[in-house]
Design a protein around this ligand. Structure first.
Ligand SMILES: *Cc1c(COP(=O)(O)O)cnc(C)c1O
Length: 396
């Protein structure tokens, strides 16, 4: 038995997406840049996928650029805006303290090149305040980049309001919407977004394909030079099977979004209520403004890695937070940003659900986490100190 609760790291491909891809792995293998009929069949699939993806997010087809995933889209959006800004003497970027590393590390690179970066802090609920973003803006701000929804604690950011603010000031606005697209009703027009990153493998599409949406007027510079693919902005023969799979998965996710969200949030709430019964535990991130499938807890006196290993023994695939930080001993920057101290941040557990999860799985998981937490606390010297008063509880 395996219960997969790590859908924020990646998802299982949908049957629809696999079926849509198969012909392009097999019979339709032409290069879309070729003028012959085999190439043109691939070119048609590419144009069709582009139009369908654009329609799902309220964009025009010629504002869609295919990339290798969310990370590449984040890099290209941020570096492009920085380059455009530098040309006008504007070298200041505004972002938040809870972004994905694809954004944070790109911003670090810019800092080394002489840019100034303001990371606006978030509240204890894991949501950035629009006024704080407003106060961070300067005459020389060339980009605001704020994620749509956080990958660790699931908090949904006030993107539409931040977008409106940026539009009023004439500052380009990018959002890493990798966790949101396919799960929340993201609409680039209504949400005032100039550039957006999405990734297929987060909504039951294939890995290694993503999209950079860039509104007309948001000038892109290349990360990869070569042929004239993607209107000269991203060289390399297009990954047609993956692109077709991305379109099929996104259409499917968007057409079932409301019912999926309803089912997921019911499972999520059941899981939250169950885990909240564990003494000295705390939910990370706002309870209301969170992704339908995200649960993230800290348990006092627990070491996250041991928790994950023991849950794996019970057939549960979970995460301590970001897949990118696992393997390093640093606690999550997101948990630190919402005010969790190091010891507590080390005892985190992220469970991210999909439509395929069942109520029985959630019940089993609640029981399993309770047992594992109790077991680990039973053998923990820290827990003994907490119980006999040598140490004070941080989570009451
Ligand atoms: C997964 C993820 C990414 C990276 O996307 P890839 O397609 O894996 O490169 C970026 N941002 C967020 C918020 C993510 O969850």
């Amino acid at each position: 038995m395996q219960i997969y609760l790590d859908n924020a790291a990646t998802t299982k491909m949908s049957k629809t997406a696999i079926a849509a891809m198969l012909p392009y792995l097999d019979v339709v293998y032409g290069n879309p840049s070729s003028l012959h009929s085999a190439g043109q069949a691939a070119a048609e699939a590419l144009a069709d996928a582009r139009a369908r993806i654009a329609a799902c997010i309220g964009a025009a087809p010629n504002e869609i650029y295919f990339t290798s995933g969310g990370s590449e889209a984040d890099n290209q959006a941020i570096l492009s805006a920085a380059k455009n800004g530098a040309r006008k003497g504007k070298k200041h970027v505004v972002s938040t303290s809870i972004e994905h590393h694809a954004v944070l590390h790109t911003l670090k690179k810019l800092q080394k090149e002489g840019f100034e970066v303001t990371l606006v802090p978030v509240g204890e609920n894991g949501i950035v305040n629009v006024n704080d973003v407003k106060n961070a803006l300067r005459e020389d701000t060339c980009l605001v980049t704020v994620m749509y929804a956080n990958n660790e604690i699931g908090t949904i950011q006030p993107v539409r309001e931040i977008g409106a603010l940026c539009r009023e000031k004439g500052i380009p606005f990018h959002t890493d919407a990798v966790q949101a697209v396919g799960h929340l009703p993201v609409h680039v027009q209504a949400d005032n977004i100039d550039a957006l990153s999405l990734s297929a493998h987060k909504f039951h599409g294939p890995k290694g394909v993503g999209v950079l949406y860039a509104r007309k007027g948001f000038l892109l510079s290349n990360l990869i030079e070569g042929g004239a693919q993607e209107r000269g902005k991203r060289a390399g023969t297009e990954n047609i099977p993956a692109i077709v799979g991305c379109a099929a998965a996104l259409e499917e996710a968007c057409s079932h979004m409301a019912e999926n969200a309803k089912k997921l949030s019911a499972l999520r709430d059941k899981l939250i209520d169950g885990l909240a019964q564990i003494p000295h535990s705390v939910l990370n991130g706002d309870r209301e403004h969170r992704l339908p499938g995200n649960v993230n807890f800290c348990f006092e006196g627990i070491e996250g890695e041991s928790l994950l290993l023991l849950l794996d023994d019970k057939g549960i695939c979970a995460s301590s937070g970001s897949a990118c930080t696992s393997g390093s001993l640093d606690p999550s920057h997101v948990l630190l940003a919402i005010g969790r101290v190091h010891d507590i941040a080390h005892g985190s557990l992220r469970l991210s659900l999909s439509e395929e999860n069942t109520e029985a799985e959630i019940e089993y998981t609640i029981q399993a986490v309770k047992e594992v937490v109790e077991y680990l606390r039973g053998i923990s010297p820290v827990w003994r100190d907490l119980l006999n008063g040598k140490r004070e509880f941080i989570i009451k």
